[in-house]
Design a protein around this ligand. Structure first.
Ligand SMILES: Nc1ncnc2c1ncn2[C@@H]1O[C@H](COP(=O)(O)OP(=O)(O)OP(=O)(O)O)[C@@H](O)[C@H]1O
Length: 370
């Protein structure tokens, strides 16, 4: 089932948690709502589920308006971070719960419930644990029971709020892989909330980046990572270096380095900030390009297969990070306090469009690659 959110606004007293949010989730997609704490992810999920009502806007399922339908009518599967299983019920009864509470007319027979629960236990790979109680399961197993329980009522789609948030890294990784597999098998539309960018990038077909009650960007993980729409998205999706400079006629000056951005050539000179990922810093012992500048190594952190360097530019005194493979680090024979050359590849510049007197969007992204 497809989900469409149209111009939704939601306030709590005088605080606006969602500001004119619109979103389209095609049928069968696995979509991540990604954003910092308080950005409105849970609120959006609760509105889609029918647990909250918006002041403005509508929610459509397969094109049909569901804004005024209550939570039961919407037939949504919901899983929260803290696997809210019923402690006094065994696993079988927990999974069967949504079916057994149905009115007599719509309730499946005992035999049908038995078969469905056992096929769900098989699906979540917990066969044989039907008679255990939640306290006798691991965190990861409990979360899989919560998913089975949500699936038992044959929901039109699944909403997961930080489903693996409370689990340790290794179990989270296993469950991610498992959820991906489950999604492939069931082909169900799944919307999940996370504030972990790695989780969103690894799992989702589409990532919705939220900030302060707004949607900042929607796209496949590769696209939003490679072409972030604005500085917020860029900074939220991984480690980032910032370099401050000025742009004139499409040429950006960052200290002694100059970059041609090629596109949009506004008249006049404006401040511009260059954003780049630490793995796009090329470190060398001699200058590699015209744009290479000198920097001093302040600290070296070996991190398994990569080595992170904290550096300080000699021209602007800006501090930044570089990430090298361990092999490259060894080849260069680097040590703290050494002065090296750095070349800044794949810089993205965002010029504030108000300053540049350009129309929306609010930021003009420019790419410079060398
Ligand atoms: N019932 C409520 N009453 C008042 N304010 C609320 C209520 N629910 C949420 N808020 C506020 O709305 C904003 C968005 O909250 P929401 O829970 O949607 O954010 P989130 O992105 O899911 O955050 P987190 O990752 O921390 O769960 C927050 O500032 C929160 O304090």
């Amino acid at each position: 089932m497809s989900i469409e959110v149209v111009n939704i606004t939601k306030s709590y007293k005088n605080f606006t948690a969602l500001k004119d949010v619109s979103l389209q989730i095609p049928e069968g997609e696995l979509v991540a709502l990604l954003g910092p704490s308080g950005s409105g992810k849970t609120t959006l999920l609760r509105l889609i589920a029918g647990l909250e009502q918006p002041e403005q806007g509508s929610i459509l399922f397969n094109g049909e308006d569901n804004t005024d339908r209550d939570v039961r009518e919407r037939r949504v599967g919901f899983v929260f971070q803290h696997y809210a299983l019923f402690r006094h019920m065994n696993i079988f009864d927990n999974i069967a719960f949504g079916l057994t509470v149905r009115s007599r007319k719509t309730r499946p027979s005992k035999q049908e419930i038995h078969e469905r629960v056992h096929s769900l236990l098989k699906l979540v790979q917990l066969e044989g644990l039907a008679h255990r109680y939640p306290s006798q399961l691991s965190g990861g197993q409990r979360q899989r029971v919560a998913l089975a329980r949500a699936l038992a009522v044959e929901p039109k789609f699944l909403l997961l709020d930080e489903p693996f948030g409370a689990l340790d890294t290794k179990v989270r990784q296993e469950l991610r892989r498992w959820l991906r597999h489950l999604h492939g098998k069931l082909g169900l539309t799944i919307l999940f909330v996370t504030h972990d960018q790695e989780e969103a990038m690894e799992l989702a077909d589409q990532v919705v980046v939220m900030n302060e009650g707004r949607v900042e960007q929607v796209g496949p993980p590769e696209e939003i990572y490679n072409y972030p729409a604005n500085p917020f998205v860029y900074s939220f999706l991984g480690r980032v270096n910032l370099f401050r400079g000025r742009i004139q006629n499409g040429i950006v000056k960052l200290g002694e380095a100059e970059f041609e951005t090629g596109s949009v050539q506004q008249p006049g000179e404006y401040p511009a900030i260059g954003y780049m990922r630490p793995h796009d810093v090329e470190v060398s012992l001699t200058p590699k390009w015209e744009q290479s500048v000198q920097a001093q190594i302040r600290h070296i952190s070996p991190l398994g297969p990569i080595v992170r360097l904290d550096l300080k530019r000699l021209d602007t005194e800006e501090v930044f990070e570089a990430e090298l493979t361990r092999q490259r680090f060894t080849e260069l024979g680097l040590a703290e306090k050494a002065v090296v050359y750095v070349t800044l590849h794949n810089l993205s510049f965002y010029v504030d469009s108000q300053i540049a007197q350009a129309p929306s969007p609010a930021f003009i992204p420019l790419q410079a690659s060398i």
